[in-house]
Design a protein around this ligand. Structure first.
Ligand SMILES: [Zn+2]
Ligand SMILES: [Zn+2]
Length: 151
């Protein structure tokens, strides 16, 4: 179980010592750090930060602010950095009401004027059917019924 001060990216560190610094304007030092901070921004609904950290040519005009998606877990599977380009392969678990899913993507990042920005990626989404007695998909280690899998 995470407490409300823990960073949503799952680092186990407090938000202010983790992604919160980048949300407050410090440049993320690596594509992975930017990826984590963007995941946290999705989890916290920080749409301004999401738009700012998006490359101009692929940035959407706006993001929905009534998005019902709850992001519950981030797993970084692989990350690499070559000069001013980076890639991060990740898996993000989410729920929308009683529906659960996993989004997997290899995101591309680029460093522009010393700041990493998100370029693009091809997401694939898989539906999850979490069992009440199976480990909770949020990664807490508890059984689903004792954690997030209710109803
Ligand atoms: Zn974080
Ligand atoms: Zn859970």
């Amino acid at each position: 179980m995470t407490t409300s001060n823990d960073c949503p990216c799952g680092s186990g560190r407090p938000l202010a010592a983790c992604c919160g610094r980048y949300h407050d304007g410090e440049p993320a030092p690596t594509p992975e750090a930017l990826m984590r901070s963007r995941y946290s921004a999705f989890a916290l609904g920080l749409t301004d930060y999401l738009l700012q950290s998006w490359a101009l040519e692929t940035r959407p005009a706006a993001l929905p602010d009534d998005d019902p998606t709850q992001w519950v877990r981030l797993q970084i599977l692989d990350h690499r950095e070559t000069g001013d380009e980076g890639r991060v392969h990740f898996r993000a678990t989410f729920r929308e009401g009683r529906r659960w899913g996993v989004l997997e993507e290899i995101s591309r990042f680029r460093r522009e004027a010393g700041r990493w920005v998100y370029l693009d990626g091809t997401p694939s989404v898989t539906r999850l059917k979490p069992g009440r007695n199976a480990p909770c998909p949020c990664g807490s280690g508890n059984k689903g019924k004792a954690c997030c899998v209710t109803g």
